[in-house]
Write a protein that binds this ligand. Structure first.
Ligand SMILES: NC(=O)c1ccc[n+]([C@@H]2O[C@H](COP(=O)([O-])OP(=O)(O)OC[C@H]3O[C@@H](n4cnc5c(N)ncnc54)[C@H](OP(=O)(O)O)[C@@H]3O)[C@@H](O)[C@H]2O)c1
Length: 333
């Protein structure tokens, strides 16, 4: 890190890369330093649009830049593995978009590599790093809703026409794109083990899950019902219901309001999250702070948790017959 500026290099000049550039441009102490695309022209255009200092016409070229403090992998899930492996082998810290990898096997290989090489690695599941997490946990901890008994969450966007949703070779489906937030929603607010899981899905013509419903029994008499869909505009609300009240979180993909109701659903309080740039800033700050402390992963999203979520998603896909080409390969690094 030079002059106290934390330099981020982005791989893949797509939709989320733009959001990252906007975020970093508004975040003191950070610089959207470099962009890499498969096309030099696209990289140059991204760089001039967002004021990015360096632009590279291949992903590997960016890895040769010695000034990158953190590589942000913003390609489709299918393309996270190769570039993350290459970066970790060169000792470059990585923040990898969700879904972290195609499957648990890929994820384990990458986590093993980061541990072996002692290089920082994190999953960019932005909700894990946001202040709403601690706000909701505190309400639960203080006993304001009594004992948690039911957790429900829906996440839906009408995006079934996107290639990365309907193509198996891009690791398509609603689960890896959207359901991952619903699974994380449960794990963030309830640390009880999962005892059993049931599910259904509706598929695209290409065999990917377009909409899915997942029902989980957790230890302690807790039930979670989750839905995600790439076929419709969901309410995107999460509810944590307890014996004495409930918490309604709007929305589970970047919470803005947290409403607390008491017994008989009587309104108690509505909390708002602090003003955001985009909501993506917290993941970058978490990485910088963890690295400054010499950590190899962020405490907000431990790698073991990333691996567990990948394993859950593997199990769900296996039940639904949603298959990726990567599932046929044994990854070791
Ligand atoms: N955290 C969030 O809120 C959020 C929101 C949306 C997406 N995401 C995640 O971010 C990642 C990228 O999603 P996105 O919406 O940004 O996708 P996108 O707009 O399609 O951009 C992905 C970029 O990846 C690169 N790429 C490399 N190989 C590719 C291939 N075979 N096909 C298509 N693109 C390829 C392309 O960049 P070049 O052409 O420049 O190489 C492309 O622009 C995914 O993992 C997704 O789950 C996260």
């Amino acid at each position: 890190m030079q002059n106290n500026t934390f330099k981020v290099g982005i791989v893949g000049a797509g939709w989320i890369a733009e959001k990252a550039a906007i975020t970093l441009n508004g975040l003191p102490g950070f610089q959207c330093y470099a962009i890499a695309s498969r096309s030099q022209e696209k990289a140059d255009s991204f760089a001039s649009c967002w004021g990015v200092k360096k632009s590279y016409g291949s992903y590997s070229a960016l890895l040769e830049d010695p000034d990158v403090d953190l590589l942000y992998v913003a390609t489709p899930h299918s393309h996270h593995f190769d570039i993350t492996r290459e970066a970790l082998e060169k000792g470059i810290p990585c923040l990898v978009e969700k879904a972290f990898m195609a499957n648990r096997n890929q994820a384990q290989a990458i986590v093993d590599l980061s541990r072996r090489r002692k290089v920082f690695l994190a999953e960019a599941i932005w909700t894990r790093y946001q202040p709403a997490v601690e706000m909701v946990r505190r309400i639960i901890r203080e006993g304001r809703i009594g004992q948690v008994r039911l957790i429900t969450a829906t996440l839906g966007y009408s995006m079934g026409n996107k290639e990365r949703i309907f193509r198996a070779d891009l690791c398509g489906g609603a689960l890896l794109d959207l359901g991952v937030y619903a699974l994380n929603f449960v794990r963030m607010f309830c640390d009880r083990p999962f005892l059993s899981m049931d599910s259904q899905c509706v598929k695209t013509d290409t065999g990917m899950d377009l909409s899915n419903a997942i029902s989980i029994v957790l230890e302690g008499g807790i039930l979670a019902n989750l839905q995600s869909s790439a076929a419709c505009v969901g309410d995107n609300i999460g509810v944590i219901a307890g014996t004495e009240g409930n918490i309604i979180i709007d929305n589970i993909n970047n919470p803005q309001t947290i409403r607390v109701n008491g017994p008989d659903r009587v309104f108690q309080e509505e909390l708002k999250v602090p003003k955001q740039i985009t909501g993506y800033e917290y993941q970058f700050v978490a990485c910088r702070d963890a690295m400054a402390q010499g950590l190899l992963e962020p405490p907000q999203m431990p790698l073991e948790e990333t691996l567990y979520i990948m394993e859950l998603m593997d199990g769900l896909r296996a039940r639904w017959g949603v298959h990726y080409p990567m599932d046929d390969i044994n990854y070791t690094v």
